[in-house]
Ligand binder design. Structure first.
Ligand code: ADP
Ligand code: NI
Length: 215
């Protein structure tokens, strides 16, 4: 029964996210689900809840819906259509509503399963994958890779974010990616973040060296 629900949900999410260009494509969901399962096993969390929450975590995203409530309703309708038990459904909806909205600024999470899915989502934003997603996203909004004339800032206002001439892909590392390591919730998440973080630091060192023709 639970296996069927997971299979159906995979299928549903894959269809919903087809052609999604904002970095929330199916393969992001796939990676976050794999990471969530791995962390859940190590942390002794509920694997079924983590898997469903990870699969559905971006379905309610504001980028794909008219409103937050509309997005959450969509997830609720889906879970009901699969006859997911009410208590499980409530937990999944709570996880998704607390983590999916502008992660980092939301309330501190208390539920282990929520912490795990948030860690998995953050891990997918760092390391080699995170670097790739950053440049893919920047390309999609037309931001330059880097511009030494634009001072690096670790905070950008929403408005500055939208003004291409005020931001660069490299700036996104300082504004977000390099901060994620210290925001990990679980022991396993923290451990996994270390290597990915170091990889990004190495990447930046290499990048600046190449920029000046030193390497
Ligand atoms: P999530 O909600 O999954 O954390 P976002 O929707 O904020 O992710 O972003 C999707 C991906 O695009 C992430 O990998 C993120 O780091 C990257 N990204 C978001 N905003 C920017 C930006 N201004 N410049 C470069 N990359 C970005
Ligand atoms: Ni995500």
């Amino acid at each position: 029964m639970k296996d069927t629900i997971i299979k159906n949900t995979e299928e549903y999410v894959r269809n919903e996210l087809q052609g999604e260009g904002s970095g929330h494509d199916w393969w992001h969901i796939y990676r976050v689900t794999q990471l969530s399962k791995k962390i859940a096993q190590k942390e002794g969390a509920n694997l079924y809840i983590c898997t469903l929450a990870a699969l559905l975590h971006d379905i309610a995203d504001e980028k794909l819906n008219e409103s937050e409530e509309g997005g959450i309703m969509k997830v609720k309708n889906w879970l009901q259509s699969q006859s997911v038990e009410t208590s499980d459904m409530e937990i999944i909806l709570e996880i998704i509503s607390t983590i999916s909205f502008k992660g980092g600024n939301g309330p501190a999470l208390t539920m282990l399963e929520a912490k795990i899915v948030q860690d998995a989502d953050r891990l997918d934003a760092i390391g080699a994958i995170g670097i790739s997603r950053c440049f893919a996203y920047s390309g999609s909004i037309g931001t330059v890779i880097y511009d030494p004339k634009i001072p690096i800032r670790d905070k950008l206002t929403k408005e500055e974010y939208r003004q291409k001439e005020k931001s660069t892909a490299i700036n996104h590392f300082y504004e977000k990616l390099l901060k994620l390591k210290d925001l990990m919730n679980t022991k396993t998440g923290k451990e996994m973040a270390v290597k990915r973080h170091e990889y990004m630091e190495g990447f930046l060192e290499e990048f600046y060296g190449e920029w000046e023709g030193e390497k």
